[in-house]
Design a protein around this ligand. Structure first.
Ligand code: BDR
Ligand code: CA
Length: 314
């Protein structure tokens, strides 16, 4: 099983991702860290603990992390995810408390102990990357021991938060830039599961009926999450969103990637937070790269077999 840590801002689709990561036998979920994003941090932590409780995974430590982005003001997305950040399902409060360690310390401990056992963890950020950026700046030696980063964020062509930028990267562009730089510096392989593929794996109302018929607490939660988005967007299909990035670990051949240089735009008036994916086919002088350090070369997801990925999640 692939050892992994999720970094989340739960979040309807983060919850979908947590269920997959918590329950799929091909994955070994070692820890979950939380950042403010879709909802304020306290709501994110509560939602995350709730999902893990429903999944029966109270053994997985949950660390509370960054309350806000490095420079940006916090702006949540409760208009998309509901007033509690997770579909307003009325679930009981979790019995468990978060781990006493800050998310950055929990990340460090998890990354280092896995590396020492010769099984480096994959870190999967599904939120603004504030926690992982803080790990890079606080414990660079630990960051260097991350096996791989697979993040949901950005897009080569598609955006959502602004005309140029995707929500997670737009929310904390400096953090995304720090993480990409740190991956390049330490040689940590990094993949970007961005908006070019994010909307493709979808589940429909028929699937929700099947989930409800299963009648288990996990299937009920999954049905509640998906049907919330069916109602909110008045659409009889909904993306599984962040869960697709977790599925990519299990179905690498269902996602077409290209290795491309990626930078995060930090200063554009209308383009701040854009992931600038260099898809030019020529190299050398023509790159006119204004920066000294080489950009991170990222496995950018550009195509997906959405049906296969959605089926895996179901
Ligand atoms: C991302 O933003 C959040 O609303 C989702 O959880 C996802 O991580 C999509 O832009
Ligand atoms: Ca998210």
């Amino acid at each position: 099983a692939i050892p992994l840590v999720l970094d989340v801002d739960t979040g309807v689709d983060d919850a979908c991702a947590l269920l997959l990561a918590a329950l799929h036998p091909g994955l070994d979920l070692r820890a979950v860290t939380c950042a403010g994003g879709n909802a304020p941090l306290a709501d994110v932590v509560r939602n995350t603990l709730t999902v893990l409780e429903v999944a029966g995974r109270v053994d997985v430590p949950v660390g509370a992390g960054a309350v806000r982005p490095l420079l940006e003001e916090p702006v949540d997305a409760r208009h998309v995810h509901g007033s509690d950040g997770m579909a307003d399902l009325g679930l009981p409060a979790p019995a468990r408390r978060p781990d006493p360690r800050h998310a950055v310390e929990l990340l460090r401990d998890t990354v280092v102990s896995a590396a020492e056992r010769g099984e480096p963890v994959t870190v999967v950020p599904l939120a603004p990357m504030t926690n992982l950026a803080l790990l890079a700046r606080t414990h660079p030696d630990a960051f260097a021991r991350v096996g791989r980063v697979v993040f949901m964020g950005g897009g080569a062509e598609i955006s959502n938060a602004t005309a140029a930028a995707e929500f997670n990267v737009f929310h904390d562009p400096e953090a995304a830039a720090v993480v990409l730089d740190a991956c390049a510096e330490h040689g940590v392989p990094v993949a970007m599961y961005g908006l070019d593929v994010f909307y493709d794996p979808r589940v429909g109302t028929v699937d929700v009926e099947r989930l409800r018929a299963a009648g288990t607490p996990v299937a009920d939660l999954a049905a509640g999450l998906v049907s919330f988005h069916h109602r909110r967007f008045a659409d009889d299909t909904a993306t599984i969103g962040d869960a697709g990035a977790v599925a990519m670990l299990l179905l690498p051949d269902a996602v077409r990637t290209e290795r491309l240089p990626v930078r995060v735009e930090l200063s554009g008036t209308w383009t701040r937070g854009r992931t600038v994916v260099d898809r030019r086919t020529w190299t050398g002088d023509m790159r006119h790269d204004p920066h000294g350090a080489a950009p991170a070369v990222v496995d950018v997801a550009l195509g997906i077999d959405g049906e296969r990925v959605a089926r895996l999640w179901l």
